[in-house]
Every structure is written in structure tokens, then in C-alpha cells.
Design a protein around this ligand. Sequence first.
Ligand code: EPU
Length: 419
Amino acid sequence: MEKLIINGGAKLHGEVDISGAKNAAVAILPAAIMVGEGTSIIENIPDIDDVHCLERIIEAIGGKIEKNGTTYSVDCTAELKVIADTEDVRKMRASYYLVGALLGRYKSAKVELPGGCAIGVRPMDQHIKGFEALGAKVTMDHGSISVNAEKLIGANIFFDVVSVGATINVMLAATLAEGQTVLENVAREPHVVDVANFLNTMGADIKGAGTDVIRINGVEKLHGCTYSVIPDQIEAGTYMIATAACGGRVTIKNIIPKHMESISAKLEEMGVLVEELDDSLIITSDPEKLIACNIKTSPYPGFPTDVQQPMSVLMSIAKGRSIINESIWESRFKHMDELKKMGASVLVEGRTAIIEGVSKLSGANVRATDLRAGAAMVIAGLIADGKTEISDIEHIYRGYPDIEKKFKALGADIYVENN
Ligand code: EPU
């Protein structure tokens, strides 16, 4: 079993290159299967387990993928199977994008219900509402979702909750529907915009992504293209917070600073210096001077839920009382028990966590209870006195490429141990 071992205490210095966005890549690869003729060349795909899982799923339904470093060529000219039922499909959340993509191209799909991180109830009612509005019959049975339509007709859909997954999934299907679809109260995350841009580069007609109304004029077919995935906002946020917590000075490279604003603003409030350049940020921090702050997670452009867990570690050593209100996922505080083992002072009540800053954390044996919890444990290990051993690190590899190499290059004492 692999473990991450960290000897804490080093300040971080240097530069870190941010990879392509996980949550864009895991939607763009399924979107590429909607192309019936031609090859999609997708650059800047992150080297993470969720992407590898998706590659296997696409190959299992008949697609061909060739890789050259972080560039993928996806060729789905062959007729694809509309049934996705392998173990990999059940393993990852983003396999639900196969439903929208196959429904768009074939008007039919049957997909095993997806897994992913255990961070709360993950309903699909808004996805289903959208597919039904486009004319599909949706049934859920024995752990799978089936969608079928004679044809898809554009419709007006007002989502009851702001959902990244439902916005993208219904946008995929509506791209190949007849007529116009208007989606209201949609998610505005950078990865939603990235998927819309990718679809448009393949010949779709989508306007408004990045605002709360998206208008889609259905097209008959899509063609291959060359496209580059945006940088990962969450990976960048994780390295920003790690630098703030450890102290030192790190340039976070290849990012879109605009996407980082909610995180930069909170770090500045806590006493961290954030300098903005064209496609990078320089973070300078003295952990002795960190002061408490409050956050409420919310959809973009609010503070991202995916950065809440790493942020809680920074709060655990900031002077004073910090309060987190987690408004997206009801079970996203599981890492707090692990953090407490390292000496943090945390009280969790429902969706609120109250953190009293302590002067230091101490190394312990902890678990990565989910993906971002794992990243939080890495940061906790980096700042703790002594040795931290993190188990269940497969969660971390679902979403962070080369995490130990990247931190080692910044001066951290971190390595993987097999036993
Ligand atoms: N929701 C519903 N009904 C639905 C769909 C969602 O009530 O049909 C609710 C959820 O229960 C949740 C909220 O709406 O309370 C937001 O869920 P959303 O659909 O936006 O989440 P998701 O698409 O399943 C993606 C990311 C998550 C990220 C959330 C929120 C991917 C593959 N996953 O999930 O990323 O936390 O958006 O930004 O894009 C991560 O990367 O660590 C991660 C968990």
C-alpha cells in the first residue's frame, strides 16, 4: 500500500507549473465522443487517474485515443456502444457526461450510475429535468440511468439549483438537438465556459457560457478540432494555500489570475502577499503573521468548495477564530477529524466549522478521506512538526498530477513509500 511521507517544516520557494483543469478535461473528453467524423486533438490534459479512467471508458465503448504527452487525439468515427457499464464507469463521477454526449449523438444511452468522492448526496434530478425537457424518456433502474428519444427538440430550462454537472450535461445533449435551447440559472465555472468553447470549436453554436443564461442553437453534427484545456483553478489554489501556510515565495505559473480572484482576496485578507502577473501569481507569506478569516463556499465566482478543505488547514494556524460555511456539499468536513489528530482546534456543527488558530500542528498518521481532503492533509503535513504519513492516497492521484514531485521541487521533504 502506498503512503505519502512528509517531514514538515520547510518553507517553499521557486516556481510551480499548473496542469490542465481536471473538471474541464473530464467533461471535454466525453464531449469529444460526439464527433462522428474526424479527430479531436486536445492539449493540456492533466495526467491524473480520473482522466485515465475516462480514457478506458471511452475505449470500452469503441473510441480510439492516442496520447503524446499531455496531448490526446480522440477518434470516435466508429459507431460507439451506447451502453457504458464497466467498473470504471461506476468509479468516477464524471462518467455521467457520457449520458448527455451519447444522448446528443445517438439519442440513446445507458450508463451505470457514477461514483466519485463521498462528500454528500449527489443527485441527478437537474440533469434528468433537462434531458426530459429536450424530449428524452429517462429511467433509472438497478443502478443505471437510461435515456432515449426519437429526436431531441430545443427547450427553455430553468435549473432549480446551480449545478456544474447538469449545466454541462444538458448543454452536451442540446448541442445536437433541433432548434434553440435556453438554459437559465446555470453554473458559471471556468470549466463550464471551457466545455462550451470546445464544443463551439467543433462547430456548435453556444452563446452566454460564463453568464447565468446559456443559449444553444442545435447543429446537425460536430467536426474534429484542436483545443487546449484551461489551467486548473483548484490545483492552483492548492499551491497558493500551501505557500501561504508553509511560508516562502512561490510563482504559480500557467494560470488565469482572473479565475483565482476569490482565493487571492481571502489570502490577502489573511495577510498573504499576492502579486498578479499576466499568466501567473507570486505568493509571499510569513505564517507567523496569518490572521483568521471567514469563508462561505458558493458557485463561481464565489469561493470554490473544492478549495475549502485546503483552506481549513491554513485557518488552523492563523491567529484568531475562522468560520467556514460549506453551502455546496453537506459532508465536506470529514478531513477535520484527521486535522484534529495533528493538533488543530476545530468544532464542526452541520455545515459550519469553527476553527481556533493554534501555533503549530504536529505530524501524525492520517487518511486522505477524499480528493481535496487528501490535498489538505498534504498541506497539513508540510507545516507540521515532525513526520506525517498519509494513507488512502489513491484519492489524491485522482486529481493532482505529480503532487510529490511538484512540492519536492519547491523544497518540501515529501516522498511516496510502498509497503
Ligand atoms: N445538485 C442537485 N441536483 C442535481 C445536481 C446537483 O441538487 O441534479 C446539487 C448538489 O447536491 C450540490 C450542488 O447541486 O449540492 C452542486 O452540485 P454540482 O452539480 O455543481 O456538482 P457536480 O457537477 O457533481 C462538480 C465538480 C465537483 C465540484 C462541484 C461544485 C466535476 C466532475 N465535479 O461536481 O468537484 O465540487 O462541481 O463546484 O466537475 C472536486 O473536483 O473535488 C469535486 C468534487
